[in-house]
Each structure stands twice: as C-alpha cells, then as structure tokens.
Design a protein around this ligand. Structure first.
Ligand code: E4P
Length: 217
C-alpha cells in the first residue's frame, strides 16, 4: 500500500519524506488555508515547493465547478510539474472533466467520494485515483471501512485500473484496516503515520538492550 501524507505543511511533508516511506502528497483547499496559503499565485508556488520535496504524485485541487473551468484549471495545474495529479470533485461536471483528462493522459484524483456508486462512476470515467473519505463517514455514524471494502470488490470484479486512495484517515487502525482490505493508497496526517511506530514492548525492549550493553562496557 502506498503512503501519501494529507497536508500542505512543508515541515511535516519533509519529516515524512525523511522517513523514506512516503510515496506522495494530497492537499485540498482547506489544508492550504490552514497553512495560510491563499491566492492563486501563492497556491501554485506552494504546489511547486511540495513537488520539490517529494518525488511522487501531488494532488492539486481545482476550484471551478463547471466543466470548462475545471478543464482550464486542471490543464494549468498539470503543466506545473510532472507529478501533479488534478483533483476533481465528484459531481457531474467533475466526471465529465475526469473523462476529458483521462483521454488526454492527465492524471486525476476524484475527491469527495462517499458511496460505491460514485466510485464506480469515477472508475468508468478513467480516474487515476478515487478518494473515498472514510473518516468523514465514520464521523456521521456510517461505516467508512465498509465503503473501502465495497469499492475493492467492484473494482476487482471488472479489473478497473483506478486506484483506491483511502482518504480522511484519522488514526492508525484506519491505515491497518485499509491495508487488510487492499486499498492501493492511504493518505493520512503525519500523526497517524507516526502512530504506526508505537509499541511499549519496542520501547522497553530497546531500553533493556541498551542497559545490558552498558553493563559490559
Ligand atoms: C484527501 O484527499 C482529503 O482531502 C482529506 O483526506 C480529507 O480529510 P478530512 O476529512 O480529515 O478533512
């Protein structure tokens, strides 16, 4: 399973990159705003800064919600850097735009996916990635993980090449369950990735090894 980090924070992206296990980055307008990155020019500069840190797919979201606007914005974004993936919302105009981008060889990430039906449409349009938001489903007492399972079955039935990018990850168990189900990618915050390191037996075991080494020196 590929690991993407879901942030626009350059320090956190660098920290994850330095671990040597990072495959890509996802951003969205809210994550950009959280870092104080506003205005088209600054946002574009920020995408380039991210692309300079990570040599892997970097999702850049369109703001337009009409087909022509999405195509214009998406083509501009795709020209910025070879690793840019155009992130398009799951709406009718978005599916049209994904289909257009797919025919032109521009990579896409269909975002804001909350049902298997939406994921099926994204695959049929030729999306490179589909982003089911599992944490937001859990937040409303729905079963986010069940959605990942359903999409996996549907995509495998027809050998769709669209990659399942499990998004809106909230904690380490989300990551582990996604890996069990066979999600192609997970995108999560640095805290969830770092959470995978933790085990008290690792800490106590290492402490003991170091103490025993000292005894002989
Ligand atoms: C990823 O592409 C999404 O934008 C992101 O995972 C949403 O996460 P959230 O529900 O924590 O905002």
């Amino acid at each position: 399973m590929k690991f993407f980090i879901d942030t626009a924070n350059l320090a956190q992206i660098k920290e994850a990159q330095d671990l040597g296990i990072l495959d890509g980055v996802t951003t969205n307008p809210s994550l950009m705003a959280k870092e104080g990155i506003t205005g088209k020019e600054n946002i574009i500069k920020h995408y380039l800064a991210i692309c300079n840190i990570v040599d892997g797919p970097v999702s850049a979201e369109v703001i337009a919600t009409d087909f022509a606007g999405m195509v214009k914005e998406g083509e501009e974004l795709a020209k910025l850097h070879k690793n840019i993936v155009v992130k398009v919302p799951m709406i009718k105009e978005g599916i049209k735009a994904i289909s257009y981008f797919s025919k032109k060889g521009i990579k896409t990430n269909c975002t804001l996916v909350f049902s298997a039906g939406q994921a099926l449409l994204a695959a049929k349009a030729g999306a490179t990635y589909v982003s089911p938001f599992l944490g937001r489903l859990d937040d409303i007492s729905s079963d986010g993980m069940r959605l990942i399972e359903d999409i996996r079955v549907i995509y495998d039935n027809y050998m769709y090449e669209t990659q399942i990018l499990a998004a809106s990850i909230r904690h380490t168990m989300h990551i582990l369950k996604c890996a069990e189900i066979g999600a192609d990618v997970m995108t999560g915050p640095l805290s969830s990735i770092n959470g995978l390191f933790n085990h008290p037996l690792t800490d106590s075991g290492l402490k003991q090894f170091l103490a025993d080494y000292q005894k002989g020196n």
